[in-house]
Design a protein around this ligand. Structure first.
Ligand code: MN
Ligand code: MN
Length: 481
């Protein structure tokens, strides 16, 4: 039993110590109502944004409805932009930038929220169709970091485009509406899987074992060689006017079929394909759409492509795409363009790299360090550094910048936590943060924590989903005072 005196000495421990608390204990009923509303809008978007192209197209619709104009068109028309003007720029129908011009010159720096809209999936190869033992298959090549065993025996939808040599684009979407058929990858039955069961998890299903069953009924006709394959070609020709060679100029992606679902008996979570990273990309977009008034600093939201394979290529953030878009923007907002002004605009920018992090999973406690992991519904997760091993490959945000974010979030009632992905030396990951930091800007990772990241169905807490939106809004409208 402590003496009275000892008790007095520890009376201040509540003020001195810090505990990462559940967000549900911190927010008002009115806030929870807004949280539910926000999640409904997010689930609606996510259900339509099943690929990076869909995510882009749905975002453009929202931007246009809110009065955002195409930046390229502004440039062609010789339009100059003023504070409060809203524009967007699209690259290849995949990467998207949206901007609200601020009061201060661009040179003072932007407030950027950058997420990505590509997600791990299974792509069709360029010569995908073949027949084997009465079944027609699509040969596939997976995209991003998937655990292959998770993708078998589940309903898959086919999305994407065929592009004809003349440039005509034919959009494909099969398997989302319950009236449409789905595709699937088969797995071995347990009765004879003894040998497969002995293999390490990562080798049980090889990359070439992810071919998807496309059909089983042979086409009618005596002279046809591979009748089931022929049947598939007939169906595609009838529906889309394409032939087998058109697969060579197509981008077709298999993703889990169906809409996001509320999860838990208390409906406190969302189970869905593609939270990573549409959950952050949409939050940034929605925050920009909901931002009232003219911000001090130009606000910029990025919905990037190719993050899941290293941000490479012309639509990835490793390219000079962002620098180019910023140059176009500078040209639209200023009387005279200079490279030094552009460099200052980039260097003086602040950024939230809006990407997901891993939540502590009580089913796998040994892979996490509990005290420094993000916990479900404890708020949007701020991650000082990513990388692997000794923080290798990370953009390590400064304490000074973190302090700014802390001040902004606390001021605006954003429930937030810090989180590191897994134990030290357990593995690691990266985001677009390091590519943006190359311009000299302040950048920190900040996004929603997930359970089962990169699985066909990822799980996220509604409160975290909402707090990402709130955090991005607070950040974009902040005046840096
Ligand atoms: Mn991500
Ligand atoms: Mn990812």
């Amino acid at each position: 039993m402590p003496t009275k005196k000892a008790g007095k000495q520890t009376a201040g421990s509540r003020e001195l110590s810090f505990t990462n608390k559940n967000g549900y204990d911190k927010v008002s009923p009115a806030e929870l109502k807004r949280c539910e509303e926000y999640n409904r809008a997010y689930m609606d978007y996510l259900g339509k944004a099943k690929t990076e192209r869909d995510a882009h197209d749905e975002a453009v619709l929202l931007l246009q409805a809110a009065g955002f104009r195409d930046m390229a068109q502004c440039a062609r028309d010789g339009v100059k932009l003023n504070p409060g003007d809203k524009v967007y720029s699209s690259r290849e129908g995949k990467t998207l930038m949206a901007v609200v011009v601020g009061r201060k010159p661009l040179e003072a720096g932007m407030h950027i929220v950058g997420g990505h809209t590509d997600a791990p999936r299974i792509d069709l190869k360029q010569n995908p169709l073949y027949e084997n033992s009465g079944l027609a298959y699509f040969d596939t090549h997976y995209y991003g970091g998937i655990r292959k065993y998770q993708w078998v025996t589940m309903p898959l939808a086919l999305h994407g485009v065929f592009v004809k040599p003349g440039g005509r684009k034919i959009k494909v979407s099969v398997g989302e509406d319950p009236s449409e058929p789905v595709l699937c990858i088969t797995d071995l039955l347990p009765h004879i899987a003894g040998e497969q069961n002995q293999k390490p998890l990562g080798q049980a299903i090889p990359g070439e074992g992810l071919d998807v069953v496309a059909a089983s009924a042979p086409a009618a006709g005596k002279d046809i060689k591979e009748k089931v394959k022929h049947a598939v070609l007939s169906i595609l020709n009838k529906k889309y006017g394409v032939t087998e060679q058109d697969f060579q100029t197509a981008e077709l992606e298999l993703v889990p079929a169906g809409k996001p679902r509320e999860a838990g008996l208390d409906r406190s979570m969302v189970l869905a394909y593609g939270h990573d990273d549409r959950v952050c990309a949409y939050a940034g977009l929605k925050a920009m759409l909901d931002m009232k008034g003219v911000p001090e600093h130009t606000a910029c939201v990025l919905l990037c492509d190719k993050e899941e394979i290293g941000s490479v290529g012309s639509t990835g953030m490793e390219s000079d795409l962002f620098e180019h878009e910023a140059a176009e923007l500078l040209d639209l907002v200023s009387e005279s363009y200079s490279e030094l002004t552009l460099k200052r605009a980039l260097r003086n920018s602040w950024m939230l790299s809006a990407d997901v992090n891993a939540l502590f999973d009580p089913m796998f406690p040994s892979f996490f360090e509990k005290r420094n992991s993000a916990h479900i519904n404890h708020g949007v997760c701020v991650t000082k550094f990513t990388g692997a091993g000794g923080k290798g490959g990370s953009s390590d945000a400064s304490a000074e910048f973190l302090a700014h974010i802390r001040r902004i979030f606390d001021r605006d009632g954003v429930v937030w936590q810090t989180g590191e992905l897994g134990k030290v030396d357990q593995g690691g990951a990266g985001t677009i943060a390091k590519f943006m930091a190359r311009h000299g800007m302040q950048v920190v990772d900040c996004g929603v924590g997930l359970l089962s990241m990169h699985a066909p169905m990822e799980l996220a807490g509604k409160l975290d989903i909402y707090m990402a939106y709130k955090g991005y809004l607070a950040f974009m409208k902040d005046a840096r005072k």
